[in-house]
Design a protein around this ligand. Structure first.
Ligand SMILES: Cc1cc2nc3c(=O)[nH]c(=O)nc-3n(C[C@H](O)[C@H](O)[C@H](O)COP(=O)(O)OP(=O)(O)OC[C@H]3O[C@@H](n4cnc5c(N)ncnc54)[C@H](O)[C@@H]3O)c2cc1C
Length: 476
């Protein structure tokens, strides 16, 4: 591969410093922001001729290195963001890959539709969400976003275009979705939305005193539309894994007396201030002061005590946006982690091993004095996608602070955590990952899947044009 810095067709004007979402590393790339698929076709042509590789990027909301291609070309799809077709009768929508989740809900909500699968933030693009095949707080019930795709067209690195449905070019359908931008580029995506009758959800909140009860509660309340557990990973002893649970349900027809009001996008907007006073844009700077082991532990304890007393067993109506995108409440919250940023460590364990493995993981993090500052538990189900992350079980996502001093200790910790997850028959999620080695990735995916992926890659991308840092790290 030629050194792309010397490549005359990659002019220095396109040189750009990119970061991952967690701000834990950055690198120079040649950044292109096409408005039409023809420009992507031209870049593929140039890559084949001049021997450089290309990484695909949506909004760059993957925590690790999935949308970064150090020293080479990155295509950012956010200007390919047109809604091509919308049918408010059937709820079928066709979009370009750069349409964001925010654009989507603002467009369809007042017609009484909602995406059946939503991530915890509204800023990602649909192309990026399908690249990773995202799940929501309803994964055990609604599956992944890919399960709601009726059809997509993709541009392959050889310049050909392919149209895929669940029963047409099936192999590519189940591999490009979740394929982390390594097999082809989504150029047009048709999705089925979900009918809703109110812009509010009925939410039930309660506290659980330990991990066993959190997992049990997550499992036992599967008849709800959504369920999530917010876990205090700093607590130890009998309180290990304690947390607050939120379940939520859509309102049925007729239950919302003013659906036009609640389904109005303007009424869903998150407030710009806290308590009507403090601008939210500056809140992360105050949070930064408490982003250390002691500060987070004190904050979590206070929150848990509140949840266990005044917040226990509370039922209330909450807007879809506030419930779904809770993490967007504080803009740039990830900056509160300081200069070194954070990595997210999300592992997926079968229901049979989850309790034991997560207990060992939480204890290990505490012992090494590298506790997660936020923990999130979800319930999942398996799916048919090639690079699937899901299991019939649970996931625990942990946000780990990175500093110059703890970098190597953190690496050791995550290697040990990887071992525990693999021993428990668990899986990982490339959208969140920063730590897997090729052996770990092969162990989680299995030999057959890894071979199948590599074969498919050799077929559709023989020159290995589509690459990212994650690809080179996990599929060497
Ligand atoms: C606060 C926060 C909360 C989150 N909550 C969730 C959650 O609840 N559930 C969940 O599953 N994830 C969640 N995520 C992760 C996020 O949804 C995924 O990483 C998603 O892929 C980000 O989309 P993006 O547009 O930013 O894509 P990027 O991060 O830019 O890219 C993601 C992948 O898609 C590929 N890609 C991008 N565009 C295309 C294209 N046009 N064609 C083919 N491949 C492409 C990229 O190469 C990359 O591999 C969360 C992330 C954050 C920051």
């Amino acid at each position: 591969m030629r050194d792309t810095h010397q490549n005359p067709i990659l002019p220095v004007e396109y040189l750009f410093r990119l970061e991952n979402f967690g701000h834990s590393f950055s690198c120079p790339v040649f950044l292109f922001r096409p408005t039409h698929a023809e420009q992507v076709f031209t870049l593929f042509e140039q890559a084949r001729k001049n021997g450089f590789h290309i990484g695909l990027r949506g909004a760059g909301r993957s925590y690790g290195d999935a949308a970064i291609n150090s020293g080479s070309v990155v295509i950012d799809f956010r200007r390919m963001n047109r809604i091509r077709d919308w049918n408010p009768e059937s709820g079928v929508i066709t979009v370009e890959p750069g349409v964001t989740i925010e654009q989507l809900w603002r467009y369809i909500l007042e017609d009484g539709w909602w995406s059946p699968v939503m991530p915890g933030t509204m800023f990602p693009t649909i192309g990026g969400c399908l690249g990773a095949n995202i799940h929501g707080k309803n994964n055990w019930k609604a599956g992944t976003l890919g399960e709601h795709v009726l059809e997509f067209t993709a541009l392959l690195p050889d310049g050909s275009e392919v149209s895929c449905k669940p029963d047409k070019n099936k192999d590519l359908f189940y591999a490009i979705i979740g394929g982390m931008g390594l097999l082809g580029v989504f150029t047009s995506i048709t999705l089925q939305m979900k009918k809703i009758y109110s812009g509010d959800l009925e939410v039930f909140a309660w506290a659980e005193p330990n991990l066993n009860r959190v997992l049990k509660a997550t499992d036992e309340t599967k008849d709800n539309d959504y369920i999530i557990g917010w876990v205090d990973c700093t607590a130890g002893g009998r309180g290990l894994g304690r947390g607050q649970m939120h379940s939520a349900n859509y309102l049925k027809p007729g239950e919302d007396p003013y659906p036009a009001q609640s389904l109005n996008a303007d009424n869903q907007d998150l407030p710009n201030t806290i308590f009507g006073l403090v601008p939210k844009s500056i809140v992360w700077q105050f949070m930064r002061l408490a982003m250390n082991n002691m500060g987070v532990r004190a904050g979590n304890t206070a929150k848990y005590l509140m949840n266990y007393t005044i917040g226990h067993k509370k039922r209330y109506l909450q807007s879809l946006i506030a419930f779904t995108f809770l993490l967007d409440y504080v803009p740039n919250w990830e900056r509160a982690y300081g200069k070194g940023g954070l990595i997210q460590y999300q592992s997926f364990l079968p229901k049979e091993t989850a309790y034991d493995v997560y207990t060992s993981m939480l204890k290990l993090c505490k012992r090494r004095r590298l506790p997660s500052y936020l923990g999130v538990v979800k319930r999942h189900r398996p799916d048919n996608f090639l690079l699937s992350h899901a299991v019939d079980g649970f996931s625990l996502a942990m946000d780990l602070k990175v500093t110059n001093r703890n970098r190597s200790r953190l690496l050791n910790l995550t290697q040990d955590l990887n071992r525990l997850v693999l021993e428990g028959g668990g899986r990982f999620y490339f959208a969140k990952d920063s730590t897997l080695t090729p052996d770990d990735a092969a162990a989680y995916l299995g030999k057959d899947t890894t071979e199948k992926f590599k074969k498919l890659k050799a077929k559709v991308d023989p020159d290995r044009i589509l690459q990212t840092d994650l690809y080179r790290r996990c599929f060497r």
